[in-house]
Each structure stands twice: as C-alpha cells, then as structure tokens.
Ligand binder design. Sequence first.
Ligand code: PQS
Length: 400
Amino acid sequence: MNIQITSDKYCPVTDWDPFSDEALADPFSFYEELRAHGPVVYLSRYACWAVLDFLVITDVLNNWQDYSSADGVGLENYHKEKGWRPKSIILEVDPPDHDKTRRVLTRVLSRPAMEKMRRDFAIGAEKLVSELVARKTFDGVADLAEVYPLKVFPDAVGLNKEGRENLLPYGSLVFNATCPHNQLFENAFKEAEPIIEWIMSQCSREALTKDGLGAHIYAAVEQGVVNEDEAGMLVRSLLSAGVDTTVNGIGNALHCFAKFPDQWQILKNDPSLARTAIDEVLRFEGGVMSFFRTTNKDVELCGTTIPAHEKILILFSAGDRDPKKWQDPDKFDITRNTKGHLGFGAGVHTCVGQMVARLEMELVLAELVRQVDHIEITADPVRKLNNSLRGLASLPLRVS
Ligand code: PQS
C-alpha cells in the first residue's frame, strides 16, 4: 500500500480513503503508515481532518466545547446541510441538552434493569449455546452473533415480535450513514423507506410492552423530564445503537478466540478473565472504527489550525493500536491492562449502553467457556463491510 502524502495545511495531506473497501477490510496497516506522518492528517478526498493517536483522540473527545457532536457524527455537516433522519437527541447534541436525555437512558439502564436483563439474557445464552454445541459446526455470525442479540435485546426493550428482521438493516443504515454517497451507503439506503417506517412505528408508547426498557423511557414523561416525542426518539436511539454493535462485538470475540487458541486456554483456565477479555476484544478489533466531530470554532490541534465548522474523523481503532499507548498493540492479549480503551468511546458521550453490550458478550463467552474446550475456524471468515463498524458476515466454526 502506498499513501500519497504532501505537506500543506501545516499537516500531512493524503488522498487515502478510510471508507474504501480495502481500508475498511483491514484498516490497521493504513493507520500505522499514516501515523508515521503525524497524529493529525488532512483527508483531501473528504476535505476533513483525521486523528490517529490515543492521547489526541481522548483530548478531542473530552473537549465537547470545541469538538461538537451537534452538527452530526457523520461526514454530513448539519451546520450546512440536512441529515438523513431527524438527529438523535442523545448522540448528536452537546451539553447541556445532552445531559437531560443522557440521564434518562442512564436511569433506564441502571442496576435493577441490568439485574433483570442478566437473568433473562443468561437463559437465552445457555439455550442457544447448548444447541450450537450439540451441532458442533455452525456459523459464528449467522447462527450465534446475529441470533443472540436479536433475541434478547428486543425482548428487553419490549418490542413487538413481528418485524424484528428490520433491526439489522436499520443498524446498517445508521452506521453506513457516516459516509454519504459511497457504494456502501447507497446499498444500505436502496430500500430504506419501509425499514425506517417500521422502526419509527415501534418507538411509540403503544407499540411497546408495559415492562420493558421502552416503557421505562416513557416513564420519564410522567416525571416531566422529557416529552412524549423525545421519549420516542430515545427508544429510536436504543434500536439504532443497540443491535449491530453487539452483533459485531460477539462475532469479533468469537473470531479472536478462534484465531488465538492460546488466549482461549487462558480464559478456560480462569473464566473470571471474561470481563477484561471483552475489553481486549474491543481494543484489538475496534468494533466502532470511526466517527466524526465538528469544530465549533477555529482550533489548534497538534500544531495544525482547523477552521470552525470543519469535520474531524476520530479513528478510535487507530487510537486503540497506538504503540505510544499500548505495548505490543497488535497482539491480542486478554491479560493486558485495557483501561481507557476507546471501544466505548470517551468523554461525555461514552457509550451509555455499554453495560448491556458487556452483559451480552460476557454471557455468550461464559457459556462457551463452560461448554467448549476448543474452537476452530473451518473455512475463511467473510468480512462484512460497513462505513463505521468492523465485523464479519460469516465465521465457520467447529467446537469440541
Ligand atoms: C445513536 C446513538 C449511538 C442514536 C457510535 C455511535 C453509536 C456506537 C458508536 C450510536 C448510534 C446511534 N453507537 O442515538 O441514534
């Protein structure tokens, strides 16, 4: 690979396309080549900047005043254009507006709710993993990673049983929307209308069960914290961010442990490592590869001046392989200290659903640890390309 670099704008300039199939399939070598030129680069193809280094990324994410989410976290700049959907009232806003909606979801996902989910999700994990272990060969993505979250999470939200097949295509819209008008975006949006319509119809109070996370969001209306429309929008946030992400998380975890049997044995010998193992999967595989922020004013970043209302691509998965932060960053090592990894972001927008994601990943891993000695890959895994998510379409496995 060869990235063209010229020096301009007081930082390296490159025509590298982070949203090309080649880069999405294997971004890590590109990151290192770019990083050699500096922590901040200008992407001429998209007229935006990109940040690669762990410390620079955390600085940007912790500075919501200068690096705003309110103009969108994709390449679309709401300062200048309209987005593909009404913007999220928790993701695409800054404090103080953000704090009000964030508090609602924090409360909805607090301890009592998590304890109920743990009981329900554990039953689902035991049942599914037992079935697959009996079969011995299965697809880690199609039969496990895509099945488990799609069962347990919509049940927890209190969603209708019908139409759930729309959830993954909707996630594909949400996460491909960061790069409008490339082929992945166009494909995802080809037949988007009925999918978007179904999602929105499921966000109303009437569509949800009386005791799920959705109903708990609506309880905030009675308390006068949000209005009815806002409650619906927060249900939409759960459905946007809560499915594809954990499908990839589980698929990537299976992939890692199948690829690195020594790490599987370490986990087998000490199942209490499951929690840190999840963090290492997120650091190493980078489930969410990138998202954007928008400058609120002229800023100086690592000696580069970036004007107001410009887009900055945050390369989370580059930060999580930054050798200045991580020793031997390209090694999958579940015993390492993963504290601070960017798999759930950083700053005020740090993943509010991470307890749910952790729970799903942990329960699937724990059940596999209980039932399986060896995991092997029986045919080449197939990548699923997405403009912001890293995951697989297929992972043929045999367990024994
Ligand atoms: C929404 C919230 C969060 C929403 C990056 C973004 C997201 C993981 C990584 C995400 C997407 C959508 N999740 O509020 O609709």
